[in-house]
Design a protein around this ligand. Structure first.
Ligand code: C5P
Length: 318
């Protein structure tokens, strides 16, 4: 009889997965440049975007269980569905299906990223669930394999596996990391009351464009990349842009007041984040960001103003 091949201890551990809880921290994203092209036949728009991960985090803990369950606390608790429609649950099912393991885990989310805020909170949770369940179940996939599964869950999910600053093309799911000398940028994040629907924002942009009422499309990301290389916040401020901003402003006109208040408080520039309604402002440095956040909080132009820095890593254990 041939002796069965035995993996060494490390491989065995990886195969069996973690016995204790696995905790994953995942950041929010902003788009430094969000160029929206034409509507494709599959219902998505062709994008030319520069993603940037910032230091506002959701945390997902995965524990062993006999079924797949999700609980949550923090931003959006009581509003977010925790059933099979939740992107974190869908992510766990997708990974289990891919790896051929039972989808058994108890997931718990501690959310700080607002729902439907234009910061990719739902996508972040899906990315966190992929990384956490991969470790819990010992499926041992590479980051690129996880990003491949992520692409089927949502356009922003692959970026949140990687983090940092990255070019996004296709519908946003094709991600190429930007290898830049490390510079930390300081942001003020003005979180609005209530969310905006991403599909509705894209539809509104199409409507504005058909009516000739949208601004000219942003086009290439070259200017933004050149600005990132210069490492000067004033240069980066001048290069920020978002084609969805007109749509978000049309749907939520009060955001114009938020943007104005941030710039009046000394921000170098302010833009709507993704499909909104969160607005993000670039500050000269960390102290300035704190001061601007305090002014925005007292001006009553947002529900909450926070500071953040970027780029930061994507979904990571620990
Ligand atoms: O990919 P995700 O599920 O996050 O996209 C949500 C919706 O946003 C899509 O159904 C589509 O209406 C819109 N969208 C788009 N073009 C993109 C990304 C998203 O029109 N590139």
């Amino acid at each position: 009889m041939t002796e069965a091949w035995r993996p060494d201890d490390d491989d065995d551990q990886q195969r069996r997965g973690a016995s204790g809880p696995v905790r994953v921290r995942v950041p929010a994203k902003v788009n430094l440049h969000l160029g929206v092209g034409p509507l494709r036949r599959d219902g998505y728009h062709e994008l030319n975007t520069v993603y940037h991960a910032i230091s506002i985090y959701d945390e997902l803990t995965a524990r062993r269980g006999d079924t797949l369950t999700l609980t949550m606390e923090g931003e959006g608790a009581g509003e977010l569905a925790l059933d099979d429609t939740n992107l974190a649950i869908r992510a766990a099912h997708a990974l289990a299906g891919y790896a051929g393991v039972p989808p058994h885990a108890r997931l718990h989310l501690r959310k700080q990223i607002p729902l439907a805020g234009g910061l990719a909170g739902g996508s972040a949770d899906a990315a966190a669930a992929l990384v956490a369940c991969d470790a819990l179940w010992g499926t041992g996939l590479s980051r690129d394999e996880l990003a491949g599964i992520a692409a089927d869950l949502g356009s922003d999910v692959p970026f949140l596996i990687h983090g940092g600053t990255a070019l996004g093309t296709g519908r946003g799911e094709a991600v190429s990391p930007v290898l830049a000398r490390p510079t930390s940028w300081h942001w003020v994040v003005a979180i609005a009351d209530g969310g905006l629907s991403t599909p509705a924002a894209y539809a509104e942009l199409d409507r504005l464009r058909d009516a000739g009422a949208a601004g000219p499309p942003l086009g290439s990301t070259d200017g933004l990349f050149a600005a990132l290389r210069q490492r000067d916040p004033r240069v980066l401020a001048a290069a920020l842009g978002n084609d969805l901003q007109d749509a978000a402003l049309a749907m939520r006109p009060s955001l114009a007041g938020t943007l104005k208040a941030g710039e009046a408080a000394g921000a170098l520039a302010g833009i709507v984040s993704g499909s909104g309604p969160t607005c993000v402002f670039l500050a000269t440095n960390a102290d300035d960001a704190e001061r601007i956040a305090a002014e925005l909080a007292t001006a009553g132009v947002c529900r909450q103003a926070r500071t953040a820095h970027g780029p930061v890593a994507g979904a990571r254990i620990g």
